[in-house]
Every structure is written in structure tokens, then in C-alpha cells.
Design a protein around this ligand. Structure first.
Ligand code: FE2
Length: 375
């Protein structure tokens, strides 16, 4: 692993002047390795909705800093484990579902819902082999409202300490979190660094230029659209445009005239985003994971409130996909610019892009300062 030559104080001072972190931070595999070690393995990672973990035996699989994980509901509540067999390290559970036991598909080593190893074919004939020596490795699993997160560090602070206030902010949109129902889940991949993509998410300076439909639905003017740093999560909010409500947009839009009139776009450090759009109660959550320095993979889950029509659901999903496609075109281009390495530093407008500056400070602190605090 090569060392970063810049120092944290120099980079943080540059960020205060609106000067970005260097281009190499977006293209160098050794930086991605350090991010996995110092960021993703030391953060809460979203794995799935609590509504899919309500009955004993319900389970959801996912990843935390590249480590396969599984969360299961057992008779004591939610339990998280490294989803890797103690035998040959094959993944134990796949996807989501309900199971009475967790059985590895390689040699049928079988664990109970508390992670204890219960059955190992041929183990009776193996000298010095005790089932109790090989439970699944436990990890933390906690719910934040209807969202389930895991953390690899047993001493991590609770997930509420990081993102707790977001629940009241979301409630202010008119979306009732406890009533949301899963609608769809899709995996996706893109050809840009995970930071390139999230930095694009964290400003709406580009919205009027690059998102004609979004710009027609939501008032993105700087005096109407707010960007707020809350420490470990960063929030943007805008109001639906009156012209959109009256059906007078020049661009054909989905039906924005539901009870939700405010849009909210939240980023939860390091790689989760939550979106609420105007219209009928809706929410989508995305996870953005580095796939090497020059690619990102992730998944997107869409939820709707009770009674929302299929027509609205399909048209909002299509709206979100159009915005994502427009963003991918932008971030692919930025990544090609970064790969050339010139210019080495970008220049932010600190009034419109201060959430990006905040994000880069968090990255610098995590990689160079090893800080446990948000700026
Ligand atoms: Fe965008």
C-alpha cells in the first residue's frame, strides 16, 4: 500500500479555500484499499429493510467493507454475522428469505439462528473437533427506523448516534417511515469512482444544467433549495414547483400532486443515500460501493406508502432512473478527466458545493487523520 504524500492539515486548509483533493485520490487502487480499511470497515453499512426481518428466521445478506454479512431475526431479535463458513470460507446464506437454520451449500456445515455450529457431516470421526469452537463470527446489527445497518466493530457507537435526527427530518416530509412497503430492488454499476458519484449527489448546482425533468419538478434555485450538513449525514431539500403542480411544466412529468410537497435527498456517511420526491409517499435508498478506483457498484431499493397506485410507482421509478442516467453521463466524464490527472485540483464554489467540501473533509480525516469525528 503506497503512502499518501499530502498531509491532512494541508488538504483541509485547501478545502477551506475551495480547492479539491488531488485527482489521484480517485484513480489510485491503493487509495481505494485505504478507503475500504479506514472508511467502510469502520462505518455502519445499510443491508436492507426491517420489514423483511419481522419473523423468526427472516434473513438479509449484504456486504460491509467487502465482507459478506447476514442479518437474521432469531428469538432474541436482530443478529448480525459474517456470512462466511468457518470451514472453507464459502458464503453461507444467499439473497434474502426465511430459514430455520443457516446451512452452507458447500459441505453442509449448519449453524443455528444464533450463529452456533450445530451439524458438521463426518465431524464425529474427526479428532479434537468441537462444534462450539466454530460459531459464525458475530457483528453488530441495528435498526434505524425501518432501515437495518451492520458494523464490523463490536465497540462501534450505536447507529442512532450517527444518523438518529434524520428520522424526524424525514417525518417532516409527510412520508411515514413505518408504513413504507418495499416495491423493487435493483443492482447497478457505473464507471466512476464512488466519491465522484457521491460528490455529484451532494450538490444541485448542476441540476438546472443537466437535469431538465428534475429541474421542472423541483425548485432548484439557490434561495429555494437548501443544503445542510448535520455531521455524519448531509441533507438537501427543495419544494415542488407550482408550475409542476398545475401541470404547466414544459416537460412531461410524473404526477407530482400528492401530499408530499417537499423533496429530500440525504447522504449518510460514507455511502448511503435516501431520496424522497414530491407526489405520493415514496422513498428510495441507495448504497454506493467502490469496485476498484474507477467503478462503483450498488443497489437501489424503492418504497411506497400504502395505497400508492402502480401507475405512480412506475412513473416515479422511471423519473429516478432518468436522473440517475443523466448523472452517470456526468460522472463518467468526470472520471475520464480525473484519470488524466490534469488539472490535479478542482475548484469548488463553496456557497453551492459546501456539502461536497464537507464530504471531502470526512474522506481526508478518515484516510489521513484516522478521525472518529465528523468535521
Ligand atoms: Fe445530478
Amino acid at each position: 500500500m503506497t503512502q499518501v504524500s499530502e498531509t491532512a492539515p494541508d488538504l483541509l486548509a485547501a478545502l477551506d479555500r475551495g480547492e479539491s483533493i488531488p485527482a489521484r485520490w480517485y484513480t489510485d487502487p491503493s487509495i481505494t484499499e485505504q478507503e475500504i480499511t479506514h472508511i467502510f470497515r469502520k462505518s455502519w453499512n445499510y443491508v436492507g429493510p426491517l420489514s423483511q426481518l419481522t419473523a423468526v428466521g427472516d434473513y438479509v445478506t449484504g456486504y460491509a467493507g467487502g465482507v459478506p454479512v447476514v442479518v437474521v431475526r432469531n428469538e432474541h431479535g436482530l443478529a448480525g454475522f459474517v456470512n462466511v463458513c468457518r470451514h472453507r470460507r464459502h458464503e453461507v446464506m444467499k439473497g434474502r428469505g426465511n430459514a430455520k437454520l443457516m446451512q452452507c451449500g458447500y459441505h453442509a456445515w449448519t449453524y443455528d439462528l444464533a450463529g452456533g455450529l450445530r451439524q458438521v457431516p463426518r465431524s464425529a470421526a474427526e479428532p479434537n473437533f468441537r462444534l462450539e469452537d466454530y460459531p459464525l463470527l458475530p457483528i453488530r446489527a441495528e435498526a434505524l427506523g425501518p432501515f437495518v445497518f451492520v458494523h464490523l466493530d463490536p465497540d462501534a457507537r450505536p447507529v442512532h448516534d450517527y444518523y438518529g435526527p434524520i428520522l424526524d427530518i424525514i417525518a417532516g416530509s409527510g412520508v411515514v417511515l413505518d408504513t413504507l412497503q418495499p416495491y423493487s430492488r435493483e443492482e447497478w454499476q457505473s464507471h466512476a469512482n464512488w466519491k465522484t458519484m457521491l460528490e455529484n449527489y451532494l450538490e444541485c448546482y448542476h441540476c438546472a444544467v443537466a437535469h431538465p425533468g428534475f429541474n421542472a419538478a423541483i425548485d432548484v434555485r439557490p434561495d429555494a433549495y437548501t443544503l445542510t450538513a448535520h455531521g455524519w449525514f448531509l441533507s438537501q431539500s427543495g419544494q415542488v414547483r407550482p408550475s409542476a403542480l398545475q401541470g404547466k411544466s414544459k416537460i412531461k412529468l410524473y404526477d407530482v400532486a400528492g401530499e408530499v410537497t417537499q423533496s429530500q435527498y440525504h447522504f449518510l456517511w460514507p455511502n448511503v443515500t435516501i431520496n424522497i420526491n414530491p407526489g405520493f409517499p415514496n422513498l428510495s435508498i441507495d448504497v454506493w460501493t467502490p469496485d476498484g478506483p474507477n467503478a462503483t457498484k450498488g443497489f437501489s431499493e424503492q418504497f411506497f406508502g400504502p395505497g400508492v397506485s402502480e401507475e405512480f410507482a412506475q412513473s416515479l421509478v422511471a423519473f429516478n432512473k432518468q436522473v440517475a442516467k443523466e448523472d452517470d453521463t456526468l460522472t463518467d466524464s468526470v472520471q475520464r478527466g480525473l484519470l488524466g490527472g490534469l488539472p490535479d485540483r478542482g475548484r469548488f464554489l463553496t456557497n453551492s458545493e459546501h456539502l461536497v467540501v464537507h464530504f471531502q473533509k470526512m474522506v481526508v480525516n478518515a484516510i489521513l487523520g484516522k478521525s472518529a469525528e465528523a468535521p
